[in-house]
Design a protein around this ligand. Structure first.
Ligand SMILES: NC(=O)c1ccc[n+]([C@@H]2O[C@H](COP(=O)([O-])OP(=O)(O)OC[C@H]3O[C@@H](n4cnc5c(N)ncnc54)[C@H](O)[C@@H]3O)[C@@H](O)[C@H]2O)c1
Length: 237
């Protein structure tokens, strides 16, 4: 498959490495210094674009790909207020695969998180809190993965009505603590605490390789399909 990379930063480079390893080719790599490549034949004749840029630039990049009829796989976080526009484009024939987190481990973690939240309805003595740690260059806060975890807790744990991005003692609020430190690729922790014990589930990424592999596998899955796709389609859960 001929892949356009949009965003040639930490994730772009890791995706390139894994895509080449899996026998794909890179049609071009577009970053802030070469936007003219959006007008190139390499862009127009590619099979698919993989987009990892920033919250403020992602939507514009999706629009440019859709205008050229190019399917998009994206992992950029922090732009979800525009999701209605993307859904509408998909209903009109575009193809878009989105995941706030492409790693297999995190998607298994999502399953555990939902299950645990649902079970905890019967045990109000446990107070839940969420913590995420990322590298210091991360733009958005809380992380897209933490937002996904929080939304799943709100859907499954009746006593929580809303999430906030600070520590909270209110019974209906879920506090998310975000820390930025060194080069941490991604740490997420859901903790249920009672007076007598605490129960934690943790995902701790060792590198970006898991995210990049998931994005390339999503690209392989997306080729030839139409509409809005996500990790539940790829993994079957
Ligand atoms: N979904 C996941 O699994 C996952 C995993 C890791 C990171 N992320 C997200 O992916 C995004 C990128 O992460 P990163 O670590 O690679 O960041 P990064 O800062 O290392 O790279 C982003 C790159 O995008 C470029 N860029 C910015 N605006 C652009 C534009 N308009 N057109 C083309 N390129 C542009 C930047 O110059 C930079 O090179 C972030 O939103 C991050 O939260 C998602």
């Amino acid at each position: 498959m001929k892949i356009v990379l949009i965003g040639y930063g930490k994730m772009g480079h890791e995706i390139e490495r894994i895509a080449l390893e899996r026998g794909h080719s890179i049609a071009c790599a577009i970053d802030v210094n070469n936007p003219e490549l959006f007008e190139s034949d390499d862009f127009r004749t590619a099979d698919l674009a993989i987009e990892f840029t920033s919250p403020s630039t992602a939507l514009q990049n999706y629009r440019r790909c859709f205008a050229a009829g190019l399917p998009v796989v994206s992992g950029t976080t922090g732009w979800l207020e525009h999701m209605a526009e993307i859904r509408q484009a998909c209903e009109q024939g575009q193809t878009f695969f989105y995941a706030s987190n492409f790693s297999l481990g995190v998607n298994l973690f999502f399953v555990l998180n939902k299950m645990l939240a649902e079970k905890m309805n019967a045990f109000p003595q446990y107070e839940v809190k969420l913590k995420e740690i990322h590298h210091t260059q991360k733009v958005d806060s809380p992380s897209g993965t933490a937002v996904s975890l929080a939304e799943d807790i709100l859907k499954n744990l009746d006593r929580k009505k809303t999430w906030v991005n600070y520590e909270s003692n209110k019974t209906d609020e879920l506090g998310i603590v975000s820390e930025r430190e060194g080069s941490v690729p991604g740490y997420h922790e859901v903790c249920y605490e009672s007076e007598v014990d605490s129960l934690k589930i943790i995902h701790d990424a060792k590198s970006r390789a898991g995210f990049a592999l998931g994005a390339v596998m999503a690209a392989e899955f997306t080729l030839g399909k139409k509409g809005m796709l996500g990790m539940h389609d790829l993994l079957g859960f």
